[in-house]
Design a protein around this ligand. Structure first.
Ligand SMILES: *Cc1c(COP(=O)(O)O)cnc(C)c1O
Length: 380
C-alpha cells in the first residue's frame, strides 16, 4: 500500500497539509458547540464555491451515499423518475430509483457524446410527468461531461426536480448550482477536492425540501433520510456522531481551493486536460469520446493486443503507480487517466505521460514522437 502514486479519477492524491489535518487533536463533535460552528462554516464555504444559497450538508459516507440518499428521500412508491443516461453512472441511477419503489423512465443516449439538450427537450414535450430527474455531470468511466447549464433549467421549466451527481466534476468544472436551478447536487471528498474518501457533499433546494416534507409515506431508513439534517444548526445537534477527523481534513482541502482561487483551479484542470487530449491523439492513441470531454478524466482506447488491464498491471508492477481501466463493458478496452484535483498539476501529468509512453513502448506500441514533448507543445 505504501508510497504509491495514484492517477485514478478519484480517489486522488492528497496534499500534505490535508493529510496533516487528520492528526489535529479532536473534541466531542456531539456536545462541543465549537464543532457545530466549524461544521457550519465548512458547509457555508462549500456552498459559496458551488454558488448556492441552499443549505449544504456533509454526510458521513462516500459519494454513493448521496446518490442513494437523494433517491430514498424523494421517492414514494410509484413515483415516476426520469433517469438521464449516457454512461455507466447515469444508467446506474435506475437501480437506486427502483430500489426505493420509483418507476424508472430512461432517457438514454450513446456513451461517446454529451446529452443532447434539444433531443431531451423534444422528449419532454410529450412526457414530462416526473417527480425528479437524475443526471450525471461527469460520467467517470468514460469521462463524458454533460451540460448542466442547459439541461437543468429545461427540467426546471417542466417542474421536474433535478438530482445531479457531480461527484467527479465538482471543483474541476464550472458549477453554478443556483443559476442552473439544480435542486440536489452531490459531490464527494475524494475527487477534485482531493481529500480522502469518506464524505458526501449535498445541497438541497427549498423545492426539494418541500417535496420531502410533503411525502405521504415515511422515508425508509435513517442514514439515507436527508430530512434528519433539518435544523441541525438551530438545535446544535447532529443526527449521528460526525467523523470529525474526516471533516478537519476536508476543510483543509476546501481552504486550499479558496487559497488557490476556484477560477484558477478550474483553469488549471482545463489547460491540463486539453493538452493531454491533444498529445494523446497526436501520439496515435484514440480517445473514447467524440464530444463532451471533461476536465477531470480522459478515457483512452488501448489496442487489443496490449489490453488495458495488462497495461495497468505493468504500470503498477514497474512504477508503483496506480492507474485504472474503466468499468463494465469497457474494463479491458479503456485506460482512464485521472487529472483531477492534486493530479491536475504539471509535475503530475508529465510524470504519468512519461510512464505511459515507456510502458506502451515496452509492450510493443509504436507511437508518433514523444508524449511529454507533445504535451508541452500544446500546453499553454
Ligand atoms: C466516484 C464517483 C461516485 C462515487 O462512487 P465510488 O464508490 O467512488 O465509485 C459517484 N458518481 C460518480 C460519477 C463518481 O465518479
Amino acid at each position: 500500500m505504501n508510497n504509491k502514486i495514484v492517477y485514478t479519477p478519484g480517489p486522488t492524491n492528497v496534499r500534505e497539509n490535508v493529510r496533516q489535518a487528520r492528526f489535529i487533536k479532536t473534541t466531542n463533535p456531539d456536545i462541543d458547540v465549537d464543532f457545530v460552528e466549524f461544521y457550519k462554516e465548512t458547509c457555508d464555504a462549500l456552498a459559496n464555491l458551488i454558488k448556492t444559497e441552499n443549505d449544504v450538508y456533509l454526510l458521513c459516507g462516500e459519494g454513493i451515499l448521496g446518490l442513494e440518499a437523494a433517491c430514498a428521500s424523494l421517492i414514494e412508491k410509484g413515483d415516476r423518475v426520469l433517469v438521464i443516461d449516457n454512461g455507466i453512472f447515469g444508467n446506474g441511477f435506475k437501480d437506486f430509483v427502483s430500489m426505493y419503489g420509483g418507476e424508472v423512465v430512461l432517457f438514454s443516449q450513446d456513451h461517446r457524446n454529451s446529452i443532447n439538450t434539444d433531443e431531451l427537450e423534444k422528449f419532454l414535450e410529450y412526457d414530462n410527468d416526473f417527480k425528479f430527474a437524475t443526471i450525471v455531470h461527469c460520467d467517470t468511466p468514460t469521462g463524458v461531461l454533460n451540460d448542466l447549464s442547459t439541461i437543468c433549467p429545461l427540467l426546471n421549466k417542466h417542474n421536474i426536480l433535478t438530482v445531479v451527481d457531480s461527484v467527479a466534476a465538482m471543483f474541476g468544472e464550472k458549477l453554478l448550482v443556483d443559476e442552473w436551478k439544480i435542486d440536489i447536487i452531490l459531490g464527494g471528498s475524494q475527487k477534485a477536492l482531493s481529500a480522502q474518501p469518506g464524505l458526501t457533499i449535498v445541497s438541497l433546494s427549498e423545492e426539494a425540501k418541500k417535496s420531502i416534507k410533503n411525502r405521504k409515506t415515511n422515508i425508509i431508513g435513517f442514514y439515507c433520510n436527508l430530512s434528519i439534517w433539518d435544523n441541525y444548526y438551530e438545535n446544535k445537534h447532529f443526527p449521528y456522531t460526525m467523523p470529525i477527523s474526516d471533516i478537519l481534513s476536508l476543510r483543509k482541502a476546501v481552504d486550499n481551493i479558496i487559497e488557490d482561487e476556484l477560477e484558477n483551479v478550474i483553469t488549471r484542470h482545463e489547460k491540463i486536460s486539453k493538452a493531454t487530449r491533444r498529445a494523446l491523439s497526436e501520439y496515435g492513441l484514440k480517445l473514447f469520446l467524440e464530444s463532451g470531454f471533461s476536465n477531470t478524466v480522459t478515457a483512452i482506447e488501448i489496442p487489443k493486443e496490449i489490453g488495458a488491464l495488462n497495461l495497468v498491471n505493468y504500470i503498477l508492477n514497474t512504477y508503483n503507480v496506480v492507474i485504472g481501466t474503466s468499468l463494465g463493458e469497457y474494463k479491458n478496452s479503456l485506460l482512464r487517466l485521472g487529472h483531477m484535483g492534486e493530479n491536475a498539476r504539471l509535475e503530475s501529468i508529465i510524470y504519468i505521460l512519461n510512464i505511459l509512453e515507456k510502458s506502451l513502448t515496452n509492450l510493443g506500441f509504436e507511437g508518433n514522437g514523444c508524449l511529454v514533448n507533445l504535451f508541452n507543445k500544446y500546453y499553454e
